[in-house]
Design a protein around this ligand. Structure first.
Ligand code: PLP
Length: 365
């Protein structure tokens, strides 16, 4: 039996690096939001190359807060994609807004600028963009539509830590970009989320929104709460895990990218599969590697037989009853969804593993 190669794997720092720091913070008497959280925000900000970063207890909390900062109010429309994990669209509903689907590019599962412009109306208050699987969406074209309509773009970069667009870190152009630090993302703090804002003035309100509307810098008995806030902040324990992760995560993310680039070459011109294609300005960070196959189920069975985990990973969100009111024809999604298959390309995929994966696919099914 060939060795098993998982599709997802949790990366944690070595015990001797993590446990002493974790023990210190656990017994420090200060386990809620404090200095380790602020230190982590600063170091994460340097790591992703985006200046104004706030931490949250989850990516979903960061998304909800981004929508609130973007001025989305109940009854507004938010344009979004159904080809994503549920948190993207659930956060829109948390803000009380209606999800309006735009269609995706059958070559990569990302929203197309054409479909976004077809579905823009004066009711649309924000555009939510996902970089599916770590492949950056065509942000230049999307941004020009957003600017023409005067609405902000929120980038859900939960799959795209370390990706680049237009020779700059992902998130450099939009008003809001979120990252997820959930268990199986490129980097985890067990759970956590980060929000990068273009405008530093949004940080103050963002901090209030994440903690009951209270400005933590002001004396508690003098503060006036003027906004409905949430219990969304990150704590010192998760932040400490994040601080130690940052000592190790550079090469981890880099290995996703190297493996992805390996498959970009090794899987070319194989009968029965097509590789994703993307905007030339995009540099993916390959959370997983997506191939497109007419006989997707045959390929899937073959990979499973040879110990290579593979999956479609996400259910198209427009088929959930909770989003029934948003249904519309999405032919690009129909095509992508029926052909996509995700295969492992993360930090745990070694040189021998990736050769094995390529060989199984080359052999046919
Ligand atoms: C993981 C994920 C999120 C955020 O999830 P959390 O578990 O709340 O951190 C958001 N969007 C997408 C596409 C995701 O995969």
């Amino acid at each position: 039996m060939a060795r098993q190669i998982p599709l997802f794997k949790v990366f944690l720092p070595p015990e001797d690096a993590l446990i002493p720091r974790l023990r210190d913070v656990l017994y420090s008497g200060q386990v809620s939001e404090g200095q380790p959280v602020y230190d982590f925000e600063k170091r994460f900000s340097n790591f992703v190359g985006l200046p104004n970063v706030l931490s949250f207890y989850s990516g979903t909390a960061a998304l909800h807060t981004a929508l609130l900062l973007a001025g989305v109010t109940p009854g507004d429309d938010v344009l979004s994609t159904a080809m994503t994990a549920e948190p993207t669209n659930m956060a829109i509903r948390h803000a009380g807004a209606n999800v309006v689907w735009a269609d995706v590019d059958p070559r990569n599962g990302n929203l197309t600028a054409t479909s976004i412009s077809e579905h823009m109306t004066p009711r649309v208050r924000a555009i939510m963009v996902v970089h599916y699987g770590g492949i950056p969406a065509p942000m230049a074209d999307i941004q020009s539509i957003a600017e023409a309509w005067g609405v902000p773009v929120i980038e859900d970069a939960a799959h795209a830590l370390g990706a680049r667009y237009g020779n700059a870190p992902i998130g450099s152009n939009s008003d809001y970009t979120i990252f997820s630090l959930q268990a199986i993302k490129h980097m985890t703090t067990i759970d956590g989320g980060m929000l990068a804002c273009k405008n530093p003035e949004h940080l103050f309100v963002g901090r209030k929104l994440r903690w009951f509307g209270i400005d933590r810098a002001a004396p508690r008995t003098e503060v006036d709460v003027d906004v409905v806030g949430y219990k969304y902040h990150m704590n010192n324990v998760n932040a400490t895990i994040g601080l130690v992760q940052l000592d190790f995560i550079g090469p981890v993310v880099q290995r996703h990218i190297e493996n992805g680039k390996f498959f970009d070459v090794a899987l070319q011109s194989i009968p029965g599969i097509e590789l994703c294609q993307w905007d030339p300005k995009a540099e993916p960070s390959y959370w997983f590697y997506t191939v497109l196959a007419d006989d997707r189920d045959g390929l899937s069975r073959r990979l499973t037989e040879f110990g290579v985990a593979n999956s479609t990973a996400h259910k198209r969100n427009d088929t959930h009853s909770v989003f029934a009111g948003s249904r519309r024809e999405l032919p690009g999604l129909d095509r992508f969804y029926s052909r996509m298959l995700h295969i492992p390309c993360g930090w745990w995929v070694g040189d021998i593993d990736r050769e094995q994966i390529a060989n199984v696919i080359r052999h046919g099914w």
